[in-house]
Write a protein that binds this ligand. Structure first.
Ligand code: GTP
Ligand code: MG
Length: 196
């Protein structure tokens, strides 16, 4: 797969607008500010493919990127405290309708901040993924912020938390220094081979 062949397709605020499922999809999920857009950019060797925001919670849309022969699907970040009840409801509807649709989901990448224990919203997301039997892996983000001495213990802790929910693998990544990104790419490609 050629990650350099990446282009933004569109942002969808309503599930009814979603494009036809005409190719496999890698889905990226995580709380606001966890680093979804940054990781997508890093995977595609791009600076500004996906918009990186200093102010979280701005984009309650599902963003589609065409990358070679697949889609990257950037789900709207959750857990942003300042959103209203109405916005939260819209988020729930958008996500539920997306997962209700029969689509060619190859794997979901659940992003968790490597520096913090998962939030209540993160745990709810893990439960959601398990309940709906959505195949997923975890990408721990901002790994560059960890001390070398913390790396192994952090991976172990997150494995212990995530594996019981059906998580297939945990990767420690950084969009800053690129650690873990090549391993993540290899895993994604393996998922595609299984699909074909
Ligand atoms: P929303 O779109 O609001 O849901 O956020 P997001 O999950 O897409 O996060 P985004 O990629 O916009 O990054 C949020 C902030 O974290 C930005 O200030 C990034 O520069 C920073 N960030 C993302 N990834 C990394 C990383 O690997 N290392 C470090 N040090 N900072 C990161
Ligand atoms: Mg984003």
């Amino acid at each position: 797969m050629n990650y350099n062949l990446a282009e933004f397709q569109a942002s969808y605020g309503l599930a009814s607008q979603l494009p036809a499922s005409d190719r496999p999809e890698f889905v990226f999920s995580g709380r606001s500010n966890v680093g979804k857009s940054s990781l997508i950019n890093k995977l595609c060797n791009r600076k500004n493919l996906a918009r990186v925001s200093a102010t979280p919670g701005k984009t309650a849309t599902i963003n589609f990127y065409r990358v070679d022969k697949i889609y990257f699907v950037d789900l709207p970040g959750y857990g942003y405290a300042k959103v209203s009840g109405a916005e939260r409801h819209r988020w729930d509807q958008l996500i539920n309708r997306y997962f209700d649709e029969m689509r060619q989901r190859a794997i979901l990448v659940q992003l968790l901040d490597s520096r913090h224990a998962p939030s209540a919203d993160d745990m709810q997301m893990l439960e959601y993924l398990e309940y709906h039997r959505i195949p997923f892996i975890v990408a721990l983000t901002k790994g560059d912020k960890l001390k070398k001495s913390q790396v192994e213990a952090t991976k172990k802790e997150f494995r212990q938390i995530c594996m019981p929910f059906g998580c297939q693998e945990v990767f420690l990544t950084s969009a800053d220094n690129g650690q873990g990104v090549e391993e993540l790419r290899s895993f994604l490609e393996k998922c595609l081979e299984v699909q074909e």
